[in-house]
Ligand binder design. Structure first.
Ligand SMILES: CC(C)(COP(=O)(O)OP(=O)(O)OC[C@H]1O[C@@H](n2cnc3c(N)ncnc32)[C@H](O)[C@@H]1OP(=O)(O)O)[C@@H](O)C(=O)NCCC(=O)NCCS
Length: 186
């Protein structure tokens, strides 16, 4: 009898919630996903000399990478740590796998070094960016100003020890778009 009752209870029990569901993306999801890095980029101009493109023989843009001035938290002494945030890096799907992404990354890192920046942060696939020297331990005490995946938050020091002790939130420090516009028209 007990076994029959258990079976009846099990039959009428509410089903356990599934571990995940597949759904179409809603506008609110887009906002949540883009919040972090877009917050940094919104209304700002890229860091000087660090908006880089790849062009095909006809001059069409087939790849792009941009870097942004940020403060990567504060140092142990409480001073803002100047750095760059890289992104987006994108290559035209028709041209993927030809080394364009790597060439853009190398050009960006070279130019950032030439301009004496100390470090670059980014949010992206570690499997791709580790080859350029980006690792999550460099950003372990930093947070983005919105949702981000810790294992995708990576850093590279251009000057050894630049991110040592850097902790806190990443904030935009680049020139505002409106200021850049005023400069051009004045
Ligand atoms: C990621 C991206 C920029 C790479 O550009 P690309 O010009 O194709 O890159 P390269 O030709 O220099 O390098 C290709 C190599 O990277 C690997 N790769 C590409 N995307 C990768 C990823 N997300 N994770 C791990 N490896 C990746 C390829 O498998 C290939 O490996 P191989 O050299 O062993 O064959 C490009 O695929 C892209 O624009 N993707 C969509 C946007 C995006 O995801 N951007 C951010 C990356 S997190």
């Amino acid at each position: 009898m007990a076994a029959v009752l258990d079976a009846v209870r099990a039959f009428f029990a509410p089903p356990a919630a599934p571990a995940f569901v597949i759904d179409t993306e809603a506008p609110a999801d887009v906002v949540a996903r883009k919040k972090s890095s877009e917050k940094i980029r919104r209304d700002r101009v890229p860091a000087e000399g660090l908006a880089i493109v790849a062009r095909d023989r006809q001059g069409h843009v087939i790849g792009t990478v941009r870097l942004w001035n940020i403060e990567a938290g504060v140092s142990r002494e409480g001073r803002p740590v100047d750095a760059l945030l890289l992104g987006p890096l994108a290559v035209d799907a028709a041209h993927e796998g030809k080394g364009i992404g790597s060439a853009l990354m190398r050009a960006a890192m070279l130019e950032a070094r030439r301009r004496e920046h100390g470090a670059i942060l980014l949010v992206g696939d570690a499997a791709y960016y580790e080859r350029f020297g980006f690792f999550s331990d460099k950003a372990q005490h930093l947070v983005m100003p919105g949702p981000f995946a810790r294992e995708r938050f990576l850093g590279l020091e251009l000057k050894p020890g630049w991110l040592d002790g850097a902790a806190g939130m990443v904030v935009a420090s680049g020139r505002k778009l409106s200021q850049a516009h005023m400069r051009r028209v004045s």
